[in-house]
Design a protein around this ligand. Sequence first.
Ligand code: NAP
Length: 247
Amino acid sequence: MNTLDNAQVAIVTGASRGIGAAVAQRLAKDGFAVAINYASSSAEADALVTELTAAGAKAIAVQADVSNADDVRRMFEVAEQQLGKVDVLINNAGVLKPVPLADTSDALYDQTFDINVRGTFNTLREAAARMNDGGRIVNFSSTTLALNMPGYAIYNATKAAVEAFTHVFAKELRGRNITVNAVAPGPVATSLFLDGKTEEQIQNFAKMPPLQRLGQPDDIASVVAFLASADAGWVNGQILRANGGLA
Ligand code: NAP
């Protein structure tokens, strides 16, 4: 745990539950001071802060809607004031509501692009101005991009944009020694994946990878922890598909 005052500082967006919460737990265990971002789930975010603090880590909860540039600016300011200049940014916040393209409302299209794409854009732009040199950025794509399943056109389009940001931004940060990578999980047992699916649909997804199970948040957290670590210093501009061999 990050009991040292000079701990490196990580922001994890969308860390009140699911993969983001597991990433925050893992980074705290690895010695980072962690800013746990959420949009509306304050009780879950506060409970995670209490858990990490009780274990000896430095952690704060920061409310910010990543799709709002002012919120994102404030999130970086709060993290900087309370924990120190940011070393690691994990762009985990995201939404998925699988609906065929022809049935997608303007509101759902806007919400999915606002959170998944504009949210990532907002934090990357802020990170360029505020992060320490030598830092790490990990974005979130999805293995659904490689599967082209019906219902995923809008979501996949947002993750294609995130992958494009990842490749280009890694090059735009030349000279800063900051790496920019993305992790692309396959199906992971979180509310984003499980909600609205029948048990049969869930089991069908679980059988798809040759490793024959759903991913768990910790499977992804360990990949993110590697990309955030000193050991991953030579990995830059890459998309790491963590999906049990699904695609
Ligand atoms: P999840 O369990 O639904 O959690 C989503 C998190 O994002 C929550 O903490 C939520 O907090 C936060 N969030 C949502 N909108 C936000 C906003 N506008 N601003 C800030 N935070 C916001 O989702 P998950 O499964 O852990 O997914 C995490 C990431 O992995 C996403 O980018 C997703 O696309 C990607 N992914 C997931 C899977 C999977 O199967 N689960 C597969 C591939 C990729 P609030 O409740 O406070 O809004």
